[in-house]
Design a protein around this ligand. Structure first.
Ligand code: MEV
Length: 424
């Protein structure tokens, strides 16, 4: 059984933290090794992409305190930005007081698109495709026997008429495919390519593009949390003031795309970090999230914040979540495998439920800071450490130089160099 509550984690050495994670999770110390080394050898990387000359690393932190659907979860986060892991962990702690995160997912349905051009009568061709729907689905269903064995396969076919465009009218055929625990791009692209000649024969047109849509709006992950209003109080801020500040901050994002973009970026700080840690395609998740955020015609917040009848803060997040735990980098990258094992997820949906919970926690961390003391205070102390390192500080010097700069409210490389000289 994993426990996600580890006190004093922040102040431990890297070694101590690893030992704690091995104690608190199903991972054995050797299974943590991929995170010590970065996980990927240049030789393995050479098989993943082209023209490889080396590797590129990111910090891997563990977000604590998460409870998702009643289960403790340690969330691995690969990210370069300070404050993100601490913010998620702190908000997860507050959410625990209200029962943690409750998350669900839709069926793992992906959409494959086929663009049919050079069609003489679009409406007639559309109906002809529907007449052959059963055959087409059976064909698509037979393509991936492994997926079928695990309960996946072709589910539906939908045809849209695009009456006008820069090239005139065309048809768009959507193949809805249950991809189970895969991200699904390969299965769906293969199925679309396989169906194309049949669609051409049925319509007399030409199937031009055959590709997955990253607007994965049939594969949605949802999370909600309730934060007891009292637990929001800190310094001179009452719980009610923090709650109302967060709700007002959400209102800004709900109506203004300029703010919504930044608000959603905060959500993606959490989402992407876990997506990257698990070897998933974060560009696909980003594309899906932002396209979904504009689904009603205006770009808006992916989350909502309000209160319950007892005055507690309630947050919700709904977004597409096309992640897999089989295939791709998730399977070949040892650090990604360790991440999946650490979270104890057995399905892609369980992974999606954790990711969307981390996204919601991250959003709340940003809104809480913005609605109260501002974002810079929290950022500054971590930023100061980076500046101290850039100025040449090592070991204990990092903290000394950083805290002096924060106390002076001057966080600059020239000041860090001066302080470092003074200490030496
Ligand atoms: C910074 O990476 C993210 C925030 O800008 C998010 C937000 O403004 O809600 C703090």
């Amino acid at each position: 059984m994993t426990t996600s509550r580890i006190s004093g984690f922040y102040n431990m050495t890297l070694e101590e933290r690893r030992a704690q994670i091995a104690d608190a999770s199903p991972l054995t110390p050797p299974e943590l090794a991929p995170w010590t080394s970065g996980g990927l050898s240049p030789e393995a990387a050479d098989h993943m992409i082209e023209n490889v000359i080396g590797l590129y690393s990111l910090p891997l932190g563990i977000a604590l305190n998460f409870m998702v659907n009643g289960r403790d979860v340690l969330a691995p986060m690969a990210i370069e930005e300070p404050s993100v892991v601490a913010g998620a962990s702190f908000m997860a702690k507050l959410a625990r007081g209200g029962g943690g995160f409750t998350a669900t997912t839709s069926e793992p349905l992906m959409i494959g698109q086929m663009q049919v051009i050079n069609v003489v009568n679009l409406h007639e061709a559309k109906l002809k495709i529907y007449e052959h729907k059963a055959d087409l689905l059976a064909e698509a269903d037979s393509i991936d026997p492994i997926l079928k064995k695990f309960g996946g396969g072709a589910r539906d076919l939908e045809v849209r008429v695009i009456a006008d465009s820069p090239i005139g009218g065309f048809l768009v055929v959507h193949l809805i495919y249950d991809v189970r625990d895969a991200m699904g791009a390969n299965a769906v692209n293969t199925a679309c390519e396989r169906l194309a000649p049949k669609i051409e024969a049925i319509t007399g047109g030409k199937v031009h593009l055959r590709i997955l849509s990253n607007l994965a709006d049939r594969r949605i992950a949802r999370a909600r949390c309730t934060i007891p209003v009292k637990s929001l109080a800190f310094d001179s801020f009452s719980g009610e003031a923090v709650r109302d500040g967060i709700i007002a901050a959400y209102a800004f994002a709900a109506v203004d795309p300029y703010r919504a973009a930044t608000h959603n970026k905060g959500i993606m700080n959490g989402v992407d970090a876990v997506v990257i840690a698990t070897g998933n395609d974060w560009r696909a998740i980003e594309a899906g999230a932002h396209a979904y955020a504009v689904k009603n015609g205006q770009y808006t917040s992916l989350s909502t914040w309000g209160k319950d009848p007892d005055g507690n803060l309630v947050g919700t997040l709904e977004m597409p979540m096309a992640v897999g735990i089989v295939g791709g980098a998730t399977k070949v990258h040892p650090a990604a495998q360790a991440a999946v094992k650490l979270m104890g997820v057995k399905t892609a949906n369980e992974l999606a439920e954790i990711i969307v919970s981390v996204g919601l926690a991250q959003n709340m961390a940003a809104l809480r800071a913005l609605a109260t003391e501002g974002i810079q205070r929290g950022h500054m102390s971590l930023h100061a450490r980076q500046v101290a390192i850039a100025a040449g500080a090592t070991g204990e010097m990092v903290e000394k130089v950083a805290s002096q700069m924060v106390a002076e409210k001057v966080v600059r490389i020239d000041r860090a160099e001066e302080i470092l000289k003074g200490i030496k």
